[in-house]
Design a protein around this ligand. Structure first.
Ligand code: FNR
Length: 360
């Protein structure tokens, strides 16, 4: 069944305490970017092929040697035990069951090792998202634990040197109870676990050496020049993202930022770090993706895979691990259906499908 994400959100809203719903749903400033992210995908048009054999449609792909059944992946989101008692462990296990990639937040409310074990059991793949914290020793310790627990790549979040001011935040502390800081420990209270504001391109190399050579991706890139600088500094690729409209309000919707970034990395120098598919730097995207057609539009514009954030939280709140699994398989089913209608039997057929013109 193709999921109706708006309906899922309404159900989650009815279930969750209001301040938790607002923490998950909200954006920064006047929430212009939050709203525009969703709308912008709907303005990206596709040019379908006809008369192709689509009797079987294959959504699988390989990323740095690991096989995934779907390019729909789970974005890192903080404190998932606010949505469901099993939190990140449930989400990670569900993603692995769906053949989808899972990214664990630095602000996970479950222990890194427990998440690693939950993914390993069904044979899945997970990456670790890194906030460089003021205490770099603490940051390094978390990264080493994640790598030891099986993380296959590191994701450096680059768009949060300070935390965006959320319009709906009424100053209540309820969303981050102390017991949810299971990985960073009591240092969180001292400010050492807060994000560092002096993170630079040099930290890509630092993370790369901490990771022992696993790919490092930079999340939160919207500009082609920054994407090229990330790759020159050793990143294996970038995630085009504006943090789901939670950081700089008025940052460009990702549906508009994606194609120029993908073009710059396709035409630019070969990556200094580990190359992605086809020997190039890999480009990913998130923000406002809510349907199979959105996923197809993103892949058509040059993304290798697409992350979803809030819909996973709604699915977790409403249905725990089975709910998340159903969401991911449902979105993948929606993608496969759209691919069939667009004449694409595999993901290799998708890149030519984007209508390149200005459509607004
Ligand atoms: C996030 N996001 C995020 N990103 C990150 O790198 N580390 C984090 O800890 C978090 N935490 C977080 C919490 C919540 C409640 C949300 C909604 C988002 C951003 C996330 O990875 C992703 O960029 C967006 O959620 C994608 O947009 P959609 O799919 O939610 O529209």
């Amino acid at each position: 069944m193709v999921p109706d994400i708006a309906q899922l959100e309404r159900r989650a809203r009815a279930l969750l305490p209001r301040e938790i719903y607002d923490f998950y749903a909200g954006g920064s400033g006047r929430e212009e970017t939050l709203r525009a992210n969703v709308k912008a995908w709907r303005r990206r048009w596709l040019l379908p092929h006809v008369l192709r054999d689509v009797s079987s449609v294959d959504t699988s792909l390989s990323l740095w040697g690991t096989a995934l059944r779907t390019p729909v992946a789970v974005a890192p989101t903080a404190f998932q035990r606010l949505a469901h008692p099993e939190g990140e462990v449930a989400t990670a296990a569900a993603a692995a069951q769906a053949g989808a990639l899972f990214v664990l937040s630095t602000r996970s409310s479950c222990r890194i090792e427990d998440v690693g074990a939950a993914v390993a059991e069904p044979g899945g793949t997970w990456w670790f998202q890194v906030y460089v914290m003021r205490d770099r020793g603490l940051t390094a310790a978390l990264v080493r634990r994640a790598v030891a627990a099986g993380a296959a790549a590191l994701v450096l979040t680059a768009d949060a040197p300070v935390i965006g001011r959320k319009r709906r935040d009424r100053g209540e502390d309820v969303v981050t109870p102390a017991e949810f800081f299971v990985n960073t420990g009591p240092l969180a209270d001292a400010g050492d676990a807060e994000q560092a504001a002096d993170v630079t391109f040099a930290d890509i190399g630092w993370l790369s050496s901490l990771g022992g050579g696993i790919p490092v991706l930079v999340k939160g890139v919207l500009r082609p020049d920054d994407a090229q600088a990330c790759v020159a500094a050793g990143a294996a690729g970038v995630i085009v993202s504006n943090h789901g409209g939670r950081q700089l309000d008025r940052a460009l919707p990702t549906a508009l930022a994606l194609a120029p970034v993908a073009g710059a990395l396709r035409d630019g120098a070969a990556p200094a770090g580990p190359a992605g598919p086809a020997g190039r730097s890999a480009v990913f995207v998130d923000g406002g993706v809510r349907a199979g057609e959105d996923v197809l539009a993103a892949l058509a514009a040059g993304a290798v895979a697409v992350f979803v954030g809030r819909p996973v939280l709604w699915a977790l709140a409403c249905g725990g691990a089975p709910g998340v699994r159903d969401l991911l398989t449902g979105l993948t089913g929606g993608l496969a259906h759209a691919m069939a209608l667009a004449g694409a039997a595999s993901l290799a057929d998708v890149p030519g499908l984007a209508y390149p013109g200005d459509t607004d």
